[in-house]
Ligand binder design. Structure first.
Ligand code: HEC
Ligand code: HEC
Ligand code: HEC
Ligand code: HEC
Ligand code: HEC
Ligand code: HEC
Ligand code: HEC
Ligand code: HEC
Ligand code: HEC
Ligand code: HEC
Ligand code: HEC
Length: 459
């Protein structure tokens, strides 16, 4: 409550001051904000395609040439395993497995029906008993190991239901398949995934393409018959640029080392959210873990509880209002301090270099580099640029001395209440006026600035 009492006292003293100086409206000078808004919007648009996105390697099925219209294939009945649903509905998936000429299974083509049937001339209306059941029937000629030899076996394969997916005689589709599209085949049983594909916009492109980009239809050494471990290696198999990036980045993200790897944040199929994120915004994704203090693996440094910090400091910095932490941080790690997308000095003091500030991706750098200005910043005494005074020098203060880039509450302009210098946390005691302000940090006694009537500070 002390805060609000102070605020009232502060506001009334400002009003009193305004009355004294004959100032009528407490409106701020708008110029710097306006020029900035333009730049910020531009950057937001440019950021839509993050800088390090390179062309991804992809595994795509060769596009088969279309041929004659599909003739419906009767799927032989199989016990216990759900049957692919019969056609008749509008095809959702493009029939891309049609073979140029009908695929005939060689033993069927040879005409010796007794390889598989007891009768020499099996007939649908009569006896067509098999010499043995599937899958052994098929293993007479096909290698059992290729279908079941690995650690994880697909349900219908384990049940021996080869004919749930393959027609034993002939088919218009490649691989004697009973459907003209792999996804059609898979989702005929995995109906929930089918519904998901029908109703979701942001589907992972290789999923839209074909399920077997990642899953083997028969058997694999990884859970869910995946071609690689689905937590990370599978992803890096195609996203080779990410593999390189993650290995190269010296500021690694602990998130990637958690149990679910890439899947901590991404769903492999899609979620309906952009980038297949598991939360409804990038920020909410980040805050699922950053809702407690987190320890850095490398040096044991403890990072603040960001969710709590933002909750307690509701005046959020622009990009955070947009819910996009990734405008500044690269979630996959980066060569820069704190995984920032562009450099930022690591210390309280730093020799000024305009290229060392991520801030200037969105804010005009002249607010710091112009010694005199009436335009680029409101932090000035007359035309003397106080950002220049504090920052642009050999032993310049970095922005963190005065601002917090996530959220604040006590002062405007994202000025922080306290600044950390070594082990000490001292208050900056900022007071704003309509035409300037003042502060009294431990660095110096209270000093004043005024944009209209420059003040001579004696102390
Ligand atoms: C590679 C093994 C194989 C060969 C060779 C084979 N069949 Fe079959 N056939 C099957 C299987 C498996 C079924 C499904 C049985 C079931 O539904 O349980 C089947 C089912 C049938 C059926 C009943 C269902 C249908 O699709 O009409 C007929 C009729 C049939 N076969 C005829 C033939 C004839 C005629 C030949 C020889 C020209 C032949 N088959 C060769 C494996 C074979
Ligand atoms: C008598 C031997 C024999 C039996 C029994 C047999 N196949 Fe085949 N199958 C072949 C030959 C030969 C080929 C063609 C060579 C190849 O692709 O390996 C083939 C090819 C295939 C293909 C690939 C077709 C393509 O277009 O690439 C599939 C799928 C297949 N068989 C499934 C089965 C299934 C399912 C069974 C059991 C119902 C079965 N086969 C039983 C001999 C057999
Ligand atoms: C869930 C559906 C499904 C089941 C069940 C299934 N297959 Fe397949 N099979 C496929 C698909 C899809 C392909 C094509 C894979 C590709 O193009 O990479 C394929 C390819 C094949 C091929 C040709 C290429 C290869 O991998 O050698 C053979 C032979 C084959 N299957 C045999 C069998 C046998 C034998 C069984 C039963 C033990 C069986 N399949 C069960 C979906 C299935
Ligand atoms: C004939 C029906 C059928 C078809 C077609 C089919 N599946 Fe399956 N699938 C099953 C069954 C049954 C299981 C076992 C479910 C279980 O164990 O809970 C299974 C399990 C799976 C699993 C493991 C899920 C789990 O929770 O363990 C994956 C992944 C999978 N299938 C992918 C595919 C893909 C990819 C295709 C297309 C190539 C496909 N399926 C086609 C019936 C089918
Ligand atoms: C980009 C690779 C990729 C593609 C393509 C893909 N999946 Fe998966 N799928 C995965 C991964 C990774 C998992 C394991 C998820 C986990 O660890 O919980 C998985 C798990 C599954 C499961 C079991 C868990 C669940 O989500 O129900 C099923 C069923 C499945 N996939 C079906 C499909 C079907 C059907 C398709 C095609 C429409 C498909 N997948 C395409 C990567 C893929
Ligand atoms: C079979 C290859 C393949 C595999 C495996 C794969 N991806 Fe992808 N992924 C692609 C392709 C192709 C694209 C589309 C091109 C692009 O956006 O770069 C893509 C796009 C993405 C995108 C951007 C989607 C968007 O909305 O822009 C994300 C995020 C992604 N993949 C994450 C993953 C994760 C996480 C895994 C592991 C679970 C994974 N990928 C596995 C091929 C793959
Ligand atoms: C901490 C959460 C998190 C983890 C873990 C994570 N990502 Fe991402 N990923 C994101 C976010 C957030 C974006 C969107 C970035 C943006 O908009 O700038 C993204 C974007 C992507 C993209 C598409 C855009 C781009 O940057 O190329 C791909 C591909 C991708 N991630 C792959 C992966 C892979 C592969 C892994 C595992 C090695 C992984 N991600 C792990 C959060 C994560
Ligand atoms: C799955 C949990 C998880 C998620 C989600 C997550 N993080 Fe982290 N993050 C961590 C852990 C654990 C650490 C500390 C360990 C480390 O990085 O060394 C960390 C560290 C960081 C660091 C400090 C890195 C450094 O080099 O000092 C930043 C910055 C960060 N995360 C930002 C983000 C952002 C932005 C997002 C959302 C895109 C995010 N995190 C999402 C777990 C997560
Ligand atoms: C405007 C750019 C910007 C945005 C947006 C941003 N950050 Fe940061 N973040 C920084 C900078 C700069 C630092 C380094 C601060 C320092 O050391 O003084 C940092 C530091 C961090 C740290 C380490 C804090 C510590 O204790 O040292 C975490 C964790 C973090 N950010 C998470 C996030 C999350 C989560 C979001 C989204 C809610 C986010 N950041 C949005 C610029 C940003
Ligand atoms: C991705 C774009 C972006 C980046 C990078 C960025 N900002 Fe901002 N900043 C904004 C936006 C948008 C606003 C306006 C909304 C607001 O007041 O937060 C803003 C406002 C501010 C304000 C308050 C202006 C006022 O008059 O109230 C300060 C101070 C500030 N940023 C400092 C920084 C610092 C320091 C950095 C570097 C660590 C930085 N910003 C990096 C987008 C950015
Ligand atoms: C010595 C303290 C101090 C330092 C260091 C500092 N600022 Fe400021 N900044 C201020 C004050 C005070 C204001 C408020 C000016 C006003 O409106 O009266 C301000 C205002 C801003 C604004 C709002 C627009 C404007 O210029 O009036 C932005 C953006 C900003 N600062 C960015 C930065 C960036 C980026 C850095 C680091 C390169 C930085 N500041 C370093 C004190 C500081």
């Amino acid at each position: 409550m002390i805060v609000s009492v102070r605020k009232i006292v502060f506001v009334s003293s400002v009003l009193a001051l305004m009355a004294l100086t004959g100032c009528t409206t407490p409106s701020k000078e708008k110029a710097p904000q306006d020029t900035e808004a333009v730049k910020i919007e531009k950057v937001k648009a440019a950021e839509e395609k993050p800088a390090e996105v390179a062309a991804e390697t992809q595994t795509k099925a060769e596009a088969p040439a279309a041929a004659e219209a599909p003739t419906p294939v009767e799927a032989p009945a199989v016990a216990e395993v759900p049957k692919p649903k019969a056609g008749g509905e509008e095809p959702f998936f493009e029939p891309n497995l049609l073979s140029e000429k009908e695929v005939v299974h060689p033993p069927f083509e040879w005409g010796d029906c007794t390889v598989c049937h007891k009768d020499k001339n099996p007939d649908k209306s009569k006896n067509y008993d098999l010499v043995m059941d599937t899958p052994d029937l098929c293993y007479q000629c096909h290698d059992k190991d290729l279908k079941e030899g690995k650690k994880f076996i697909h349900g219908p394969v384990a049940a021996g239901a080869c004919t749930a997916c393959h027609n034993p005689h002939k088919s218009p589709n490649k691989r004697l398949l009973v459907a003209s599209n792999i996804n059609e085949l898979c989702t005929s049983c995995h109906t929930a995934k089918g519904e998901f594909l029908h109703r979701t916009d942001n589907i992972h492109p290789p999923v839209k393409d074909q399920c077997i980009n990642c899953h083997d239809p028969h058997t694999e050494d990884y859970k869910f018959q995946l071609k690689e471990d689905g937590k990370k290696d599978l992803c890096l198999m195609c996203h080779a640029d990410k593999k390189e990036w993650i290995e190269k980045a010296n500021n690694k993200h602990g998130a990637l080392n958690r149990t679910n790897g890439c899947q901590e944040c991404h769903d492999p199929h899609g979620t309906g959210q952009p980038r297949m994120l598991k939360a409804d915004s990038i920020m909410n994704m980040c805050l699922t873990c950053h809702n407690e203090p987190l320890k850095r693996d490398e040096d044991g440094v403890t990072l603040i509880n960001m969710a709590k910090h933002l909750e307690e400091n509701p005046d959020w910095h622009g990009p955070i209002q947009w819910g996009d932490c990734a405008m500044c941080h690269n979630p996959h790690g980066s060569p820069n301090f704190r995984m920032l997308k562009k450099p930022f000095p690591t210390t309280f003091y730093a020799s000024f270099d305009v290229n060392n500030y991520i801030c200037f991706e969105c804010h005009e750098s002249k607010k710091v580099t112009e010694e005199k200005t009436t335009e680029y910043t409101n932090f000035r005494n007359g035309t003397q640029n106080l950002h220049f005074v504090h920052v642009d020098k050999k032993k310049g203060r970095t922005c963190r001395a005065c601002h917090d880039f996530h959220g604040t509450k006590d002062y405007p302009h994202h000025l922080r209440k306290k600044t950390k210098f070594g082990k000490i946390n001292f208050p900056i005691r900022y007071i704003e006026t309509p035409t300037g302000g003042s502060c009294a940090p431990a660095c110096h006694a209270r000093r004043y600035y005024d944009r209209e009537k420059p003040i001579v500070n004696t102390k």
